[in-house]
Write a protein that binds this ligand. Structure first.
Ligand SMILES: NC(=O)c1ccc[n+]([C@@H]2O[C@H](COP(=O)([O-])OP(=O)(O)OC[C@H]3O[C@@H](n4cnc5c(N)ncnc54)[C@H](O)[C@@H]3O)[C@@H](O)[C@H]2O)c1
Length: 442
């Protein structure tokens, strides 16, 4: 991340004019996010779950009583200045898509129906090969993948001009693509561009969106576990062009809980024999994840968390060979209201076993929507503060945070939060908070 701890901060530019937020994907998450922002703007709801709207940040000593709201401390775009756009292979407008997603009740949707009906998805770059369970007609045509990427770039320029936006941010809220391993096609920009021209299978649609965004100087976040921007060619491109990128995979339900509980076990040096997680989920995301190829992408993302937090190689007596199983079962009656069960087999003093059971009845898109908002506003802020490349300070929001090669990701939610807030303090040239607290006893 350029403009981070090693470099002097650039005073963030103010958030003047309109901010366009374009989401590839206009499904459950994107429509719940858009409907929620409009509902807040009209004074019908509170932005619950959003740090940019509701959280404060402590400045200076605990005795100073200085805790402004984050949004008053750093210049973030105002909700009233946001304009929404989307791409989706399914041509439904945001109202129809939200009705089909079934997340929000009519009492919340109807008051913003006019607003949602006006959001119509642009034709998507989409291929069934990468998301097998979705069939759409609102799809771009092009001879090569490079042509398709150029069309996306044109869409971004047109959207910006039509909506008189000062700035644009893109947040991937589209389906999880099949598992792809980074290969030579992703190694350098030259190889990546050649692969686009050759219609190489290793170049998935999500990579074309990421490429288009970075080429247009637009910050790009990836809410799904697809590789997308997380390949050397695009990380380098983002660094070279001074564009912030961030990902991957919104940390919402079960994984969020894992990154709360696992640091607690480790903090007390309690052992782990196994962690079994299972979910039932009935929305379209659940249907897409029912395809083993898409599930593999998700599974990789979900499995990495515990190992990185618990560090079995450093604590073999506590965490060597713990069993970690994650299942997602598509079960239509539940819709977006996912139910997750975790069985955690822990080990205490003298090796005595204990168990923790978590039964989380969550609402996937209700948890994801404020994350989309925060990411969009923070990424726009990052760009105005001169930060570019991987934004690791936003790892708070991700299941699989992107990091530079060779650096392990920080998954502990509380360390991530400290990192986020210290980064905000840093951008304003404010004192970082170490929690040492020695000054209170001088
Ligand atoms: N809700 C959560 O808690 C959560 C958490 C982590 C990640 N995610 C991820 O967020 C994404 C969105 O979830 P959702 O519940 O809204 O799913 P959804 O199925 O309701 O919506 C996804 C939309 O993306 C569209 N799409 C697919 N490929 C596309 C492409 N190439 N270009 C543009 N649009 C495309 C689909 O047509 C669909 O409308 C999924 O990848 C999901 O795994 C969600």
């Amino acid at each position: 991340m350029k403009g981070s701890a090693q470099e002097a901060p650039t005073a963030p530019r103010p958030a003047t004019g309109k901010l366009g937020i374009i989401t590839p994907g206009l499904g459950a998450v994107a429509t719940t996010f858009m409907a929620g922002v409009e509902s807040v703007r009209r004074g019908h709801s509170k932005p619950i779950g959003s740090l940019t709207q509701m959280a404060t940040i402590r400045l200076g000593k605990r005795t100073e009583n200085r805790t402004p709201f984050i949004k008053d401390f750093v210049p973030l775009a105002d909700l009233n200045d946001i304009v929404f756009g989307a791409w989706d292979p399914i041509p439904d407008d945001a109202y129809t898509a939200a009705k089909k997603a079934g997340v929000l009740e009519d009492r919340d949707l109807e008051p913003v129906a006019d607003f949602l009906k006006a959001i119509k998805p642009m034709p998507a770059v989409f291929e069934n090969h990468y998301v097998t369970r979705i069939h759409g007609t609102n799809v771009k045509k092009g001879k090569t993948k490079r042509d398709l990427a150029e069309q996306l770039r044109q869409d971004i320029r047109d959207f910006k001009a039509k909506n008189k936006c000062d700035r644009v941010v893109i947040v991937w809220c589209a389906s999880t693509e099949i598992y792809i391993k980074a290969g030579p096609q992703h190694a350098t920009l030259e190889q990546f561009e050649r692969a686009m021209e050759n219609n190489d299978e290793a170049i998935a649609p999500s990579m074309l969106y990421a490429y288009a965004a970075i080429m247009e100087g637009v910050p790009f976040c990836n809410g799904a576990p697809n590789l997308s921007a997380d390949i050397p060619a695009l990380i380098q491109l983002a660094n070279d062009r001074g564009v912030p990128i961030s990902g991957k995979d919104f940390k919402t339900g079960q994984t969020w809980m894992k990154t709360v509980i696992a640091p607690g076990l480790k903090a007390r040096m309690l052992g782990l024999a196994g962690w079994y997680s299972t979910n039932i989920l009935g929305n379209r995301d659940g249907e897409v994840l029912d395809d083993p190829a898409s599930f593999k992408t998700k599974e990789e993302s979900k499995l990495s968390v515990l190992h990185t937090i618990l560090q079995p190689e450093k604590y073999p007596d506590l965490y060597k060979d713990f069993s970690h199983v994650v299942r997602i079962n598509y079960y239509p009656p539940r819709g977006d209201n996912k139910e997750g069960w975790d069985n955690i087999d822990i080990v205490g003093w003298m090796g005595y076993p204990m168990q923790i059971k978590v039964n989380f009845l969550c609402r996937d898109s209700i948890l994801a929507a404020p994350i989309v908002l925060d990411l969009a506003l923070f990424m726009d802020f990052a760009q105005r503060a001169g930060m570019s490349g991987i934004q690791e300070w936003l790892s708070f929001y991700w299941k699989s945070p992107m990091t530079p090669e060779g650096l392990y990701a920080e998954h502990d939610l509380f360390i991530q939060l400290m990192k986020l807030k210290n980064t905000l303090r840093y951008t304003k040239g404010d004192e970082l908070i170490t929690h040492l607290g020695a000054e209170y006893y001088d």
